[in-house]
Design a binder for this molecule. Structure first.
Ligand code: NDP
Ligand code: 8X3
Length: 253
């Protein structure tokens, strides 16, 4: 049976890498993000390499609860059976002490990382094929395991994801839906550019002298997690670059 994976935030970074890795493995893909044009380019590329898989793209802002309900309830019938949900859409905005934090940045992080994950999960869970291995993978972070200077609200949002993963594991136990948190350290994507509001130079400096993880490293880890035998659930996986010990301790060359 061909399984369907629903990936939020597939227009960049880890989400895009998940689409690429899972397409290669023969999964059908439901891809969403705000930048639909990027998703359509990705779909065309993947379908030219893997013509046997099906891909459906749609525009979604996970912060908009009504849009999330309408878009997911309105999916074509053939896309209404979902095996794996990857709650990947997320962002960090700003890196300032709490007393100097920007309220707009705080809202965007909490609305996307916490409320968006909740809205999408609530809409997708009723569509999950519990008879054939249903699995939710949440993108947490090292920032959900520890708090580092100026990380305040981003860290709080990822601690909330950590709590929600544990809560989902309990609440979805009787349905047989697996739940996993994937918690990366530094991954080089558009993440830092978004965090620094488009400042490419500052974003680049985050990765100076260190080999960060790639989106593909995380996608391959997710592939491993979702292909374990039916009786095995990986609850939580912290994955770091070799040169990074904690959120802030990095061995730069
Ligand atoms: P990117 O910025 O490269 O990708 C983020 C993705 O999220 C994009 O596809 C973006 O799509 C999507 N997104 C953001 N806001 C929304 C929204 N409101 N609605 C729908 N989609 C949205 O970053 P990463 O790939 O690095 O980040 C992916 C996840 O991994 C995030 O949850 C992040 O917190 C987490 N993470 C990242 C780490 C890193 O070091 N990079 C480490 C640990 C965790 P679009 O803009 O088109 O909507
Ligand atoms: C992203 C990694 O270290 O910037 O979640 O918090 S970090």
């Amino acid at each position: 049976m061909t399984k369907t994976v629903f990936i939020t935030g597939a227009s960049s970074g880890i989400g895009q890498a998940c689409a690429e890795v899972l397409a290669k493995e023969g999964y059908n893909l439901l891809l969403c993000a705000r930048r639909l044009n990027r998703l359509d380019i990705l779909k065309e590329k993947l379908n030219s390499i893997y013509p046997h898989i099906k891909i459906h793209t749609f525009e979604l802002d996970v912060r908009d609860s009504e849009q999330v309900q309408n878009q997911i309830n309105g999916l074509p019938e053939e896309w209404k059976t979902i095996h794996v949900l990857i709650n990947n859409a997320g962002l960090s905005q700003g890196l300032d002490p709490i007393q100097d934090g920007d309220i707009g940045d705080w809202d965007r992080m909490i609305d996307t990382n916490v409320k968006g994950l909740l809205y999408v999960s609530k809409a997708v869970i009723p569509l999950m094929d519990t008879a054939n291995g249903a699995h939710i993978v949440n993108l947490g972070s090292i920032a959900g395991k520890e708090v580092y200077p100026n990380g305040n609200v981003y860290c709080a949002s990822k601690h909330a994801v950590d709590a929600l993963t544990k809560a989902m594991r309990i609440d979805l136990l009787s349905k047989g839906i697996k739940v996993t948190s994937i918690d990366p350290g530094m991954v080089e994507t558009e993440f830092s550019e978004v965090r620094f509001h488009g400042d490419k130079e500052r974003a680049k400096s985050v990765y100076t002298g260190v080999q960060p993880l790639t989106g593909t490293d995380i996608a391959e880890t997710i592939l491993f997690v979702i292909t374990r035998p039916a009786h095995v659930n990986i609850n939580d996986l912290l994955i770091m670059p070799t040169a990074q010990a904690t959120g802030t301790i990095v061995n730069r060359k």
